[in-house]
Design a protein around this ligand. Sequence first.
Ligand code: BTN
Length: 323
Amino acid sequence: MSVKEHILTLLDGNKGGYISGEEIAGRLSVTRSAVWKAIKSLQKDGYSIQAVTNKGYSLSPHTDILSAGAISKYLDTQGQKLGLEVFKTIPSTNEAVKALASNGEAEGKVILSEEQTAGRGRKGRKFFSPPGTGIYMSILLRPKLSAVESILLTTSAAVAVALAIESVSGKDTQIKWVNDVFMDGKKVCGILTEASMSLENGWLDYAVLGIGINVSLPTGGFPNDLTGVATSVFSEGNPHGDLRNRLVAEVINHFMGYYEHLTDRMFLSEYRERIMLLGKPVTVMKDNKQREATAIDIDNDCRLKVRYENGDEEYLSSGEVSI
Ligand code: BTN
């Protein structure tokens, strides 16, 4: 962590209270002038930090910032082992983690950002990532999974997000197969897993699990193309204080719980319970042909079982179905 991130973590852990420059300098083993410089820089970044003579520095209690320190307060033992880094702005957290992965970075690096300027979605789409109202994070994983099994990363992550949202908001969530999380019929979270295969052993070399959650309404609302299809976890007013940090930690806690024994598929019952499509008509696009069917089940590999009008049944992987 940089001096700035350390200071932010200290102030965030004592929001509304004062910590003297001397104490901060002592705890970080830096000079008081280095503390002062870092505080100035944080204020320039937009953090509301009061500096009062003889008292020290205080972060406004209304501050809702993502910080590694605040997130770790809520992390379980497994999550504590991850290396969290929070950016104010970044083109794409997935892109940043992919670059680290290709350079040999170990499993467990997590990059989060308050904003993405080039957030990526599936199928080459953009992911709307405005500042301060969402969670944009990517986790570097090096699992012993084959390419076919990599679907388990994405689907278990969807369940982790669903459970985390339910626990911080008290509201229900649904999952649109394969991995979009919905609330009240609108998308609240998208997941993009980008994996690279090892040529040596048939396992993944790495996977970057990218998660984007709309936590509160962006200033000015969603852009036109998202109105009616996107929503946020909290739609009225902003969630107070630490909710985004707690939500991040809950996602990580649930995900890491599943990840340890992923091929046991412990998440599957929670996944099936939330799948929106079951029993509903779907359109299957295959080999340039379109056929109507009913979605009837999810198998152990998270494939969708459909029944066609003539009674034939088939298991489908993602990308072949629309509602
Ligand atoms: C989708 O809905 O199509 C997937 C969206 C995935 C967005 C997340 S936000 C964090 C990570 N960084 C990115 O550029 N994309 C993913």
